[in-house]
Design a protein around this ligand. Structure first.
Ligand code: ATP
Ligand code: FE2
Length: 333
């Protein structure tokens, strides 16, 4: 058995977990709540710096509760989110990871956060070679594995779908994160209002849609639920279209949904229907594996360690713009 400690802190969620090949031993989370508006990177980093010691201690205590034999010496490696993400947050968590790796005399594993979202989904859903729709706050990408890399087949040209939902929600006076609140309001919507549907080749754009939704709301505040409904229908149809075209191009018949926006039931339903129509299969892991979490970081760290991809300290600087297609995938055939 290989046991990995994973540290996640790319944005507002600080999350630490202990994971081995078959199970999650323990996990603990502390979430930064902005007093108003969106995430302030420096405030979030300050939150992580203040909380990290307590969160790591909680993970160790919980591991001891479930398994009295547990000791720090059993940890085989320390994984952390190297990027992409907010620089100040990444640096805080990377510093803690380096210190732990040195203290425990164990290898350091610098993890790409996007690939971690994908691999935890493959692990949980047991899907081998899916087209992945990765939708979170900052990211919206359609990826698939090919010849040693996760290739990006389509992505947003401006903001991620999660940020689009969060921005629109803020305009409605709703607190962060806005995605779940828009989802709840959308359920009360009954009529579809035309909003910009922007797919360019295989890429997507959400900023025009967000602006149009805000303007529609300013003109018709009473139509709040209908606008939320129309926003979701438009954006999710765009994402489903690009996912389906990727399946067609590559001849793949499985889809895996990853990232925080993946919790949305309507998005899940659209992808499920699209897959059924094509005779394919749709996979989505349990909600706790969709949003940012330390489990996915520990799990990808485990795959990296067992396939020989360790990160020397001198190459462990954070990478705020780390692209998933930059990662050499050493753990797949
Ligand atoms: P990344 O660095 O991968 O972009 P992230 O920091 O955005 O990650 P995630 O937890 O992956 O974090 O995703 C958070 C996003 O998911 C937020 O924008 C939030 O509004 C959105 N979200 C969460 N639940 C739902 C939902 N039910 N419907 C729509 N969006 C949701
Ligand atoms: Fe994420």
């Amino acid at each position: 058995m290989t046991l990995i400690l994973g540290l996640e802190g790319t944005a507002w969620n600080l999350s630490v977990a202990l994971v081995d090949e078959s199970d999650v031993l323990s996990e603990a989370v502390s979430t930064y709540q902005p007093k108003y508006g969106g995430i302030h990177p420096r405030e979030a980093a300050q939150h992580h710096a203040t909380e990290i010691k307590a969160v790591i201690s909680r993970v160790f205590h919980k591991a001891q509760e479930t398994n009295p034999e547990f000791s720090l010496g059993q940890i085989d490696g320390v994984a952390f989110s190297q990027g992409p993400g907010m620089g100040p947050c990444l640096r805080t968590v990377a510093t803690a990871a380096r210190a732990l790796a040195l203290a425990l005399k164990r290898p350091l594993l610098g993890v790409n956060h996007c690939i971690a979202h994908i691999e935890v989904g493959r692990w949980q859903c047991k899907t081998n070679d899916p087209v992945v729709l990765y939708v979170s706050g900052a990211n919206s990408q359609v990826l698939a594995y090919r010849a040693g890399h996760y290739r990006i087949f389509g992505e947003t040209l401006d903001i991620g779908i999660g940020n689009a939902l969060d921005k629109f929600a803020r305009h409605l006076g709703l607190s962060h994160p806005g995605g779940p609140k828009i989802e709840a309001l959308a359920l009360q919507g009954t009529s579809y209002l035309e909003l910009p549907y922007v797919v360019k080749g295989m890429d997507l754009s959400f900023s025009g849609l967000t602006t149009a939704a805000k303007e529609t709301y300013d003109k018709m505040p009473g139509a709040r639920a209908d606008i939320c409904y129309s926003f979701q229908e438009t954006a999710f149809a765009m994402l489903t279209e690009v996912t389906e075209r990727t399946m067609g191009h590559l001849g793949k018949d499985e889809v895996l949904l990853a990232g925080g926006v993946g919790a949305n039931q309507r998005l899940q339903q659209m992808l499920q229907m699209m897959c059924e129509d094509r005779g394919g299969r749709f996979f989505v892991p349990a909600k706790k594996f969709l949003g940012d979490n330390g489990i996915m970081i520990a799990y990808l760290g485990l795959l990296m360690l067992t396939s020989g991809s360790i990160t020397p300290i001198e190459q462990s600087q954070v990478r705020p713009n780390y692209r998933p297609d930059d990662v050499e995938v050493t753990w797949r055939e």
